[in-house]
Design a protein around this ligand. Structure first.
Ligand code: M6R
Length: 602
């Protein structure tokens, strides 16, 4: 998501900003920009797309005297990814970069517009710079104007502001979005995480919520609620990879923990007034469709399968799902009124891309759900919804799966709205559950510790069966896939009701059953299926909010007011189980043998 870099000192500022922003690229962004004041001269550059585009625009610019500089990578939330919407945002003579969301920006914007301020962008951020200039006009005191500005803001922010009114100072504030200060001799750095300043700064201070202040040559004044605060610096780590992992052992582990946060990003701007709204879908896009077909591979196929239950249940529309590599060669019958959806984390999976081309050739409308903007699948589709998970480095997909699932759930509700298949009350239930999802995804120390201890009992045996019903069947498939990908143990996902039609023959104490037992969906049915396995001595790990006596091991979940909340909480449990087993087996969690992150061959 968005990233911030800032610098005050004598070094070449353009390079510090561009290098720093490149370090934040892994978070995902769709435009970037920098603003520099040196010798009272203000320079500003912005570009849509990659940092390379910004580099190209600034190739004839240099800035190596004393000066102040701010830079930003933007992931569009309010307004499209255009140069006008890219940060830094300009007032008359000041620039601002901002991460987070100013919740009361519409109210502030109206107030400023009434006073004659002209807005150039569609962003929430622009109000900050205009407020600053309004207060500066009144007081001619830049710090006082900055303080007045932040006192008007509601929501989350990390802000850097520079102005021609005070060409030797960077103003900063943090509330709810990360920001840190870096120090090296007289040089002062700012960043939204430490990777951009590793190798540059030697010491660091991580700002707390509510802190703000200003930096000038070699010094920083820091405040909290009007009181000056002492800065306690600490040494900055020197290893970039370690820093990118934020202290986690593996990227996959970090990505599991990130799921709660990225889920909020997936929803931002898409839930308005108790309705789901995707600006990517124009008003008529879904009008003529009478059925849905989804093609995907691997983990993305599992979200597709889970969503088919939601589309049929909530939007009452037929939904078929196919593995892309099978679809390609079966000579499928395609109907022009079918919406063709492809799902892909990377947007480059060869089989999925080919399936999409076939559907387009047959005249179907196409929609892709993808984590990588401008990827081949996104470009090939009529339209795309981005999942906003940020770059996923672990080969075993976690947060991409979670955000795909959220987008599909939201889409099924949007279709339900459009087709009038959901009452107002049902829609509110779904939306309330969506808003609760980030909570269900929080990894607690107790849970992680328990799975770490449990994992040592599940390192042998002749196989794992993950079982579930309804949407928990695709989740069982996904749990099994996660385990096999990184532990190299044999695991299968199975519909719980199917076990007695064959696989139960394998049951003995060396067969491990991971039972997904949601309280809010078919609990009694799955309970009977697990009892059948227990009677045949299978070793059972039950995951449920309802205590289950026959389980050998039990993980108690908390969020059972809606099946999707149970889905997401159980997803985290299965991910952590796979992670801990793999670590105990000494495997390379992030780069498992024989697998690639992006499968561009068929
Ligand atoms: O990038 P895609 O989502 O299209 O990739 C599809 C599969 O290759 C991918 O989901 C694979 O199964 C992952 N390794 C799952 O963890």
């Amino acid at each position: 998501m968005c990233g911030i870099v800032g610098y005050l000192g004598k070094k070449e500022k353009k390079e510090i900003l561009l290098d720093g922003l490149s370090e934040l690229e892994y978070r995902g962004y769709d435009s970037a920009g920098i603003a520099i004041i040196e010798d009272k001269k203000l320079s500003n550059f912005k570009a849509v797309g990659k940092i390379a585009n910004l580099r190209e625009k600034t190739k004839n610019f240099s800035s190596d005297g004393f000066g102040i500089a701010i830079g930003h990578t933007r992931w569009a939330t309010h307004g499209k990814p255009t140069e006008l919407n890219a940060h830094p945002h300009l007032g008359e003579y000041s620039y601002v970069v901002h991460n987070g969301i100013i919740e009361n920006y519409q109210e502030l914007k109206k107030e400023l517009q009434k006073e004659g301020v002209n807005f150039l962008s569609q962003t929430d951020t622009e109000v900050i710079v205009h407020l600053f200039e309004k207060y500066y006009m009144q007081t001619q005191d830049s710090f006082d104007a900055f303080k007045k500005t932040i006192s008007r803001l509601e929501g989350a922010y990390a802000i850097l502001l520079i102005s021609k009114a005070d060409t030797k100072t960077i103003f900063f504030a943090k509330n709810g979005s990360p920001m840190l200060l870096g120090f090296d001799k007289k040089d002062i750095y700012f960043a939204s995480s430490d990777t951009p300043i590793i190798g540059k700064a030697t010491q660091v201070y991580y700002l707390e919520d509510g802190e703000y202040g200003y930096a000038q040559k070699g010094s920083v004044a820091l405040f909290n609620r009007d009181k000056e605060v002492t800065i306690t610096k600490q040494a900055l780590v020197a290893d970039k990879t370690l820093a990118q992992k934020d202290g986690y052992r593996f990227f996959m582990e970090k990505e599991i923990y990130e799921q709660s946060d990225v889920m909020s990003d997936t929803m931002i701007g898409r839930i308005l007034d108790n309705s789901v709204y995707f600006e990517e879908l124009d008003a008529t896009f879904l009008d003529t469709i009478t059925a849905i077909k989804i093609c995907a591979c691997g983990t993305s196929y599992h979200t597709a399968l889970a969503s088919s239950y939601l589309f049929e249940r909530l939007a009452k529309i037929r939904c078929d799902v196919e593995i892309a590599s099978e679809f390609r060669y079966k000579e499928p019958l395609l109907d022009k009124n079918t919406l063709f959806i492809t799902i892909s984390q990377s947007g480059e999976t060869a089989d999925t891309l080919e399936a999409l081309k076939m559907a387009k050739k047959a005249g179907l409308k196409s929609l892709s759900i993808c984590n990588v903007d401008n990827s081949s699948i996104v470009r090939e589709s009529d339209t795309a919804i981005l999942t906003r998970a940020g770059i996923e480095k672990g080969v075993a997909s976690t947060k991409a799966f979670a955000t795909q699932m959220m987008v599909l759930w939201m889409l099924s509700v949007q279709l339900g709205q459009k087709r009038n298949t959901l009452s107002q009350e049902q829609r509110e239930v779904e939306i309330e559950a969506m808003l609760q999802t980030p909570k269900a995804l929080i990894v607690t120390d107790t849970l992680h510790h328990k799975l770490n201890r449990l994992s040592k009992r599940y390192l042998h045996g002749h196989g794992f069966f993950f079982i579930g019903r309804d949407i928990f069947y695709p989740l069982a498939l996904e749990g099994a896939l996660k385990l096999k990908e990184i532990s190299y143990l044999h695991a299968e996902g199975y519909p719980a009701g199917e076990m007695k039609h064959g696989p139960i023959a394998l049951a003995d104490s060396e067969l491990f059953t991971i039972a997904l037992m949601p309280k809010s969906m078919h609990y009694d049915k799955i309970k009977s299926n697990v009892e059948e396995l227990s009677a045949r001595d299978s070793t059972i790990l039950a995951i449920s909010s309802e205590p289950f006596d026959l389980a050998d091991d039990f993980i108690q979940t908390e969020h059972d007011s809606h099946p999707m909340l149970e889905f997401f909480e159980m997803m985290v449990v299965t991910q952590l189980l796979a992670l801990e087993i793999s670590i105990r087996l000494g495997n390379d969690v992030d780069m498992p043998r024989n697998l690639a992150k992006s499968v561009t061959v068929e």
